[in-house]
Design a protein around this ligand. Structure first.
Ligand SMILES: [Zn+2]
Length: 403
């Protein structure tokens, strides 16, 4: 029985951003990365090269990025056309063998220390732009061991590229698919999990979602929680994310892989070393290869047929928070309270919940919801606490219920 009044709150990254207009930053994927990014980037701007080098000693992956940068300055003072990055599949291929042209797009990039769009998310004394490049390199390396595939990269150095340029590059190499690689962050630093964004439309949706699900399976095997394959539309009804929209306009399906949250400890632990980042890249490659039926070290004369369901109408994002949210508490014989928390999500799925025992002043971390419409757990309570529960869908929209 719903004992308590229902308060519906829609707090997503986009919704909350209006309150932060002065401070908000938007990354290359169009994602608002929030005020903390700016605060931390101010701090980082003050760091001298020397300090950066010291922190590199702590974080080996930063060191690797610097090496790459130094190398790039020495070896490639002029930018060469990135077609040079083309790597054929590991085995010699007969002329008539089918060949997929996969374009990897390491998110962000650019040598300046001021442009948040180029830097991407900034946490843990590093930049998203470095990590995405590490992941992409590993993905390229791994994919190149499969037959029937040719791999390209929009950048293999720390260089700035607009989304239009990335898409145009994919078209110039005859790309069949673009995979944009990113790491996430949230305003309240509480979300965790992997998610994939794809076009809402037709074949672009079907192909992106198919590859995305396959990659998400690899990432969940590694320990990430999956937030699923999602779409997002802009105010004019087109795909919200620029890289997806630009690629679609050139006839290329694209997906954005948000591997996990840099500002959340459990996710960060799966990306905080060179090995971890390489693991991510290898898993992305394995997911993609599995979807297309590619085989390591052998060239197939024919790739397996893929069954894809082309949606007849746009696959819209969920824009409403969970419904039918209520809780009840029952005192047990041992004095503790059994909490039953209920939530229904008809358009997407319930993803997390959290709660406050002080009327909403402070909340504990996000708990996983599971697959049912109800979660049950016991709490040590006096019975006098002002409980507030919040139930979230996988679009980060939440409904609050309190007594
Ligand atoms: Zn990003």
């Amino acid at each position: 029985m719903p004992l308590l009044s229902l308060i519906v709150l829609g707090i997503g990254i986009g919704a909350a951003a209006t309150a932060w207009t002065e401070l908000k930053t938007i990354d290359r994927s169009g994602r608002i990365t929030g005020p903390v990014v700016l605060a931390q980037s101010d701090k980082l701007r003050e760091l001298s090269e020397q300090t950066l080098r010291q922190s590199a000693a702590r974080a080996e992956r930063t060191e690797a990025a610097e090496n790459a940068e130094r190398e790039n300055q020495e070896v490639r003072p002029e930018r060469e056309p990135d077609t040079a990055l083309s790597i054929a599949g590991g085995a010699p291929e007969p002329d008539n063998a089918p060949r997929l042209r996969i374009v990897l797009d390491p998110g962000h990039g650019g040598e300046g220390l001021k442009d948040e769009q180029e830097l991407g998310a900034i946490y843990r004394d590093t930049y998203e732009k470095y990590l995405t490049l590490e992941i992409a390199e590993a993905m390229r390396e791994e994919l190149s061991q499969y037959g029937n595939v040719e791999v390209f990269m929009t950048r293999d150095t720390d260089r700035a590229l607009t989304l239009k340029e990335r898409a145009a590059y994919a078209e110039s190499v005859g790309g069949d698919l673009l995979v944009s690689l990113h790491l996430n962050a949230s305003l309240e630093h509480n979300f965790y999990g992997s998610e994939v964004f794809v076009s809402a439309f037709e074949y672009f949706h079907a192909r992106g979602a198919g590859v995305g699900e396959s990659i998400l399976k690899q990432l969940t095997d590694y320990g990430f929680v999956s937030k699923g394959v999602k779409t997002r539309l802009g105010s004019k009804g087109a795909d919200y994310y620029g890289i997806i929209r630009e690629c679609k306009s050139l006839g290329i399906p694209a997906l954005i892989v948000e591997h996990g949250y840099m500002d959340e400890d459990s996710d960060w632990a799966r990306m905080n070393t060179q090995e971890a980042l390489e693991n991510l890249g290898r898993r992305d490659a394995a997911g993609l290869a599995a979807y297309f039926g590619l085989e390591k070290g052998s060239v197939l004369s024919k790739l397996p047929a893929i069954e894809e369901e082309i949606p007849a109408v746009p696959v819209r994002p969920d824009t409403t928070p969970p419904e039918e949210v209520w809780y009840k508490k029952e005192r047990q014989t041992d004095g503790r309270f059994l909490i039953t928390l209920h939530g229904v999500e008809r358009e997407s799925r319930v993803m997390y919940y959290d709660y406050s025992t002080d009327g909403g002043e402070t909340y504990g971390g996000l708990q996983l919801w599971g697959t049912g419409e109800t979660v049950r757990f016991t709490m040590n309570l006096t019975g006098e606490e002002q409980l507030v529960f919040r139930v979230y869908n996988n679009y980060e929209l939440r409904t609050e219920t309190s007594g």
